[in-house]
Design a protein around this ligand. Structure first.
Ligand code: IMP
Length: 177
């Protein structure tokens, strides 16, 4: 346990819940009756995925992959590898990737390219948050919760060195050290 940094709530749990409900309505409209495969990127997306699928009351599949980026925790190096993957058949499926945050875009863009080669019937991206100010490669986000400022965020699945994922609100780390 390091020192307790200062946290300021940026997006409250109620605002998150409202955004999830809005996204559910959009996803439902597009995927109901299609038996989609929702693919979460670990670890950050687990809470968002759980909230999302609890409201999606039609048949679907859920799977997760774990990707790792070389380099320091707060910076994506762009060299991504799949650490734990993908056991589901992607070919011919309607695949919806579920991500916590799109920052530089390197992680998700790598993963979308990787999936595209496996010939899904369709491939879309649902992201809870988007930090467009840091983008290095273009990323099309089909379903978006929030556009966020260029600050390091924790909570609701988002972490710093694996801490703070359990916070129910999305917070800004004021003391970034
Ligand atoms: P990208 O490749 O730069 O888009 O980074 C995506 C990944 O970096 C996310 O899945 C997060 O794991 C991590 N990340 C980026 N920004 C933040 C943040 O503000 N808080 C926590 N994790 C972040």
């Amino acid at each position: 346990m390091g020192p307790q940094p200062e946290l300021r709530i940026l997006i409250t749990r109620d605002e998150i819940a409202a955004a999830v409900s809005r996204l559910v309505a959009e996803v439902k409209r597009d995927y109901q009756g299609k038996f989609p495969l929702l693919l979460g990127i670990l670890k950050g997306s687990f809470m968002f995925m759980a909230d999302l699928i609890r409201q999606l009351d039609f048949p679907l599949e859920v799977d997760f992959v774990r990707l790792s980026s070389y380099g320091s925790k707060k910076e994506s190096s762009g060299r991504i590898k799949i650490v734990q993957g993908l056991y589901s058949e992607v070919k011919g499926r309607d695949v919806l990737v579920v991500e916590d945050i799109v920052d530089t875009g390197l992680t998700v863009s790598f993963f979308m390219d990787y999936l595209r080669k496996k010939k899904p019937a369709s491939l879309k991206l649902c992201a809870l948050t988007d930090k467009p100010s840091r983008r290095q490669v273009p990323v099309a986000i089909d379903y978006l919760g929030f556009t966020v400022p260029n600050r390091f965020l924790v909570g609701y699945g988002l972490d710093l060195n694996d801490r703070f994922r359990n916070l129910p609100d999305i917070c800004v780390l004021e003391d970034e050290g």
